[in-house]
Write a protein that binds this ligand. Structure first.
Ligand code: ATP
Length: 529
């Protein structure tokens, strides 16, 4: 047989029919993308470990961002390539940094606890279904509103109201919340008349209070107030506090950027939705320093560039939007901000933030100048009587959320495959670019496969997989999103050819063994277009 075995596999009985988070999370664990941190100890809420394929995927996304920012940044509006330099600052800095940035006093979320279930919520993540008039009896107490988390589905709402014995005339038919109930937020109803999410009776929520998101620790042997430090809540501040060092030590001139990728830590009240909101995550942030008069032009420029970049890793089309912040949503120092948002399965039909592009003016440099006493003004190199504080445009993206968007976007239902799905990764981010599969583990096939593997691995992340039925091996490569499989069979030794299987079409074609490298080069580029 010269073609690789292509017997049409029957879909597994549990084949998915919709893009469901449960299936995506299960796939991530089964195939080694992402595990719950401390899994063997029942996990730890808000922390995740990246397995071999997840690490590869994350590194690919990170490296492509670094390339687009630092190694090969775009051509600017004036026709010249823009200049961005890299930085890798410490996670723990002098705590004064976080006082100056406003994180110590202001980096907080309103938090409320449920005395009945002992669960903790972000008050602004709770919405209420409130009775238009009067109260009803819920487990012996008058209730006026039912609390839900912002991503609760209609189904979940209806089920819970039924469980609480809310009369049918209030719930309405066909999953419709009747017009007896209106949606509102927490502050509009007295707490003693609200039934908390998962609670059985009203009145269990505590008054919301500010909860600082910075993780505290101590530097040194003594755990005193003077030794208190913080794990960084964002990578951006590391850039601002090194701005002067970089201007003084590198040959950068305004406008220029400083980019950093790294871990950030936030003690989120309610980590949820897989890796979307975690307590330890990675950010990719770039601070663009420019003359105040040019800030609007650069803002528009970076918006366009960021759009192109997300598209270049396969996140585009109708599932991504650029949403302008309303005036009342803007932090006080920001003149304008756009959020790049993606339609995650758990936010659909709405969107969740992937990246914020903010015009921060000179807020951060002014703050650090004031608190540190170090002058941050920039001296115009052509006119040293001119000094000014540069303005800043900040595209701040989540690497961890980027991985999640890429995973969700790639997850493709296809009932004609054994797993009922495949991962349609953009070739630039696919963790494994090609698999080499000898049809049989005998007759010299593994040796030819090994030789091809040794050749390809110099240029690509490739996998050699020798044993198991070929259908199962293809199924695995589909699930991990490998763009190409090369199958060595009995004829390969005599006719010097292999079968290529294309991931998306499942089409197979025969090509010369010597041509595999060329094939990869051409087809990876074709796929990336
Ligand atoms: P959110 O409103 O979702 O809490 P944010 O506006 O506070 O996010 P920024 O401070 O602008 O987020 O951080 C920049 C990026 O860092 C976000 O767009 C997001 O991708 C990522 N990010 C922020 N918080 C988390 C988190 N807890 N887990 C994972 N990624 C996060």
């Amino acid at each position: 047989m010269s073609q690789a075995d292509s017997a049409t596999p029957t879909p597994a009985p549990t084949a998915p029919t919709t893009k469901d988070m449960k299936d995506i999370v299960a796939l991530c664990k089964r195939r080694g993308f992402i595990f719950q941190a401390s899994d063997i100890y029942d996990g730890i809420n808000g922390f995740w470990d990246f397995g071999p394929l997840g690490t590869e995927l994350k590194n690919n996304i990170r490296d492509l961002w670094w390339k687009a920012m630092v190694k090969c940044p775009p051509i600017g509006p004036d026709g010249n390539p823009v200049r961005i330099v890299g930085l890798d600052s410490a996670i723990i800095q002098n705590p004064k940094v976080w006082v100056a940035s406003g994180h110590v006093s202001g980096f907080s979320d309103p938090m409320t606890d449920c005395r009945e279930t002992k669960k903790r919520y972000r008050a602004d993540h709770i919405y209420l279904l409130m009775l238009r008039e009067g109260t009803i009896d819920i487990n012996g107490k008058p209730a006026r509103a039912f609390a839900f988390l912002q991503d609760a589905t209609n189904d979940e709402v209806e089920k819970r109201l039924k469980k609480l014995n809310v009369p049918n005339k209030i719930i309405g038919d066909n999953n419709d919340i009747s017009d007896v109930l209106v949606r509102t937020s927490l502050q509009n109803v007295p707490l003693n008349e609200i039934v908390a999410p998962d609670a059985k009776a009203p009145g269990s929520l505590t008054e919301p209070r500010a909860f600082n998101l910075l993780f505290e620790t101590h530097a040194g042997a003594i755990q005193s107030e003077e030794n208190k430090t913080y794990l960084r809540g964002e990578t951006a501040q590391g850039i601002f506090i090194n701005y002067k060092n970089i201007v003084d030590s590198s040959r950068v001139r305004i406008p220029f950027g400083i980019a950093q990728v790294g871990k950030a830590f936030r003690n989120e009240v309610n980590p949820r939705n897989f890796i979307f909101r975690s307590r330890e995550f990675e950010q990719m942030e770039m601070e663009w320093f420019c003359h105040p008069d040019d800030a609007d032009m650069w803002f528009d420029f970076w918006m366009e560039e960021r759009k192109k970049w997300w598209l270049s890793i396969g996140v585009g089309g109708d599932d991504i939007i650029f949403r302008k912040h309303d005036v009342d949503e803007l932090v006080f120092y920001s003149k304008k901000t756009f959020d790049v948002e993606y339609r995650f399965p758990f936010t659909a039909p709405d969107f969740g933030e992937l990246e914020g592009i903010a015009y921060r003016a000179d807020y951060d440099l002014t703050q650090h100048q004031k608190h540190s006493g170090t002058k941050m003004e920039y001296m115009d190199p052509d006119d040293n009587t001119k000094r000014y504080l540069p303005h800043v445009i900040e595209p701040a993206a989540g690497l961890t959320r980027g991985v999640l968007a890429v995973l969700c976007e790639a997850y493709t239902i296809d009932p004609n495959r054994p797993s009922g799905m495949y991962m349609n990764f953009h070739p630039n981010v696919a963790p494994i670019k090609a698999a080499i599969l000898p049809l049989m583990a005998k007759d010299g096939q593994p040796e030819i496969a090994q030789k091809l593997y040794m050749e390809l691995r110099e240029d690509y992340m490739v996998e050699l997989d020798i044993k198991q039925n070929i259908g199962k091996r293809y199924a695995r490569q589909d699930e991990i999103g490998t763009p190409f499989c090369f199958t060595i069979d009995n004829d390969t030794a005599s006719d010097n050819s292999v079968t290529v299987r294309h991931r998306n079409s499942m089409k197979q074609e025969r090509i010369a063994l010597d041509n595999v490298k060329n094939f990869m080069r051409e087809n990876m580029a074709k796929m990336a277009r």
